[in-house]
Design a protein around this ligand. Structure first.
Ligand code: DAH
Length: 339
């Protein structure tokens, strides 16, 4: 009996099947009620009592071996069938869905690229700032309304820690530690305590530019602005500078560009003036240079600041500012082909 068991073990270990029918035949041959292993179990009754234990163990081992082997062959078969049916090696790869760049990122990059071509380099500063870098160093009077809680989000009072309300704070940070010539462009997020609506948000994005060197003049500023406007909005763009006021520049100006919707004739977009405002600028106030440790008799500079959302609106006519922060993919996907 032991010999029969061992022979069957050898046979079973070597089994192969190349079709489902062949496999079924093997199952019947070994494992069915009339199969060879059942026959051995019948014969087991005649085994003398003193050998029953040893042979019983072997017989069970044999049965397990056969069951495992048949299952293993069956699994291998199924895998092969799946592979034959499911894999088409000539098929092209599945599409990987690609994201799109956010319009604010697109326009930020465009602005930066223009200034980089003029020799500016990118500088960044913290969003959580102190009063000195956002206001005091920039010549804001002690009672200037921008310092008011209505405009500024304070994190802590005396000493004042706040969310920066403009990227002009990066100017003072850079001037404090850099000897001119300085030519920087500072993109970043800024915060203001505004009720959220289609036209205002409590955070938005700005780009600040600063140029400080010997003999920097107002015409350098004007020429830089003209170059920027034409690169950004097309070669026929006209600019106009209107006198304005900012604490950190003297003289200060606001720049308009000719309305490209109506070609300057006047339409509802430009409120029938033919011009749209895009940024603030001016010659750096000597007080600011001195506050940041730069000799205002030796050096002069110009600065400008613009809102990225505003430029994006002009380029892409986004009507509601909230679209920029809601991240609705239907909106974002519209910029897929923009770059
Ligand atoms: N910081 C100003 C703002 O947030 C923008 C600005 C105006 C920046 C004039 C400048 C500048 O550098 O010269 O409205």
């Amino acid at each position: 009996m032991l010999e029969k068991i061992n022979n069957l073990k050898e046979q079973i270990s070597a089994l192969q099947a190349d079709s489902t029918e062949a496999l079924e035949a093997l199952r019947i041959k070994y494992l069915s009620k009339k199969g060879e292993i059942s026959a051995l179990f019948n014969e087991f009754r005649t085994v003398p009592a003193d050998q029953k234990r040893e042979i019983g163990v072997k017989l069970n081992e044999l049965k397990n071996l056969a069951t495992d082997k048949i299952n293993e062959l069956k699994a291998a078969f199924e895998e092969k069938n799946d592979a034959d049916a499911g894999i088409d090696l000539t098929r092209s790869a599945a599409d990987v869905p690609l994201g799109t760049r956010h319009p604010i990122s697109l326009v930020r990059k465009e602005i930066i690229d223009i200034f980089v071509r003029l020799g500016f380099t990118v500088a960044e500063g913290p969003e959580v700032e102190d009063d000195w870098h956002v206001f005091s160093s920039l010549n804001f009077a002690e009672d200037h309304p921008a310092r008011d809680m209505q405009d500024t989000f304070f994190i802590q009072r005396s000493p004042d820690i706040l969310l920066r309300t403009h990227t002009s704070s990066v100017q003072s940070r850079v001037m404090e530690v850099t000897k001119p010539p300085i030519r920087i462009i500072c993109p970043g997020r800024v915060y203001r305590n505004e009720a959220i609506s289609a036209r205002a948000h409590c955070f938005f994005h700005q780009v600040e530019a600063l140029y400080v060197d010997k003999n920097v003049s107002y015409s350098d500023l004007r020429q830089t602005l003209l170059y920027f406007a034409r690169e950004m909005f097309g070669p026929d763009t006209k600019i106009r500078l209107r006198p304005s006021y900012f604490p950190f520049t003297e003289p200060s100006a606001e720049m308009d560009i000719s309305c490209d919707l109506c070609g300057g004739k006047g339409c509802s977009f430009c409120k029938h003036t033919g011009w749209v405002e895009i940024l603030g600028c001016g010659m750096v106030d000597p007080n600011v240079l001195e506050a940041c440790g730069i000799d205002s008799k030796e050096y002069s500079g110009f600065a400008l600041g613009m809102g990225i959302e505003r430029i994006t609106n002009l380029k892409y006519r986004v009507k509601d500012l909230r679209m920029f922060s809601e991240n609705d993919v239907r909106f974002l996907e519209e910029f897929e082909s923009a770059h």
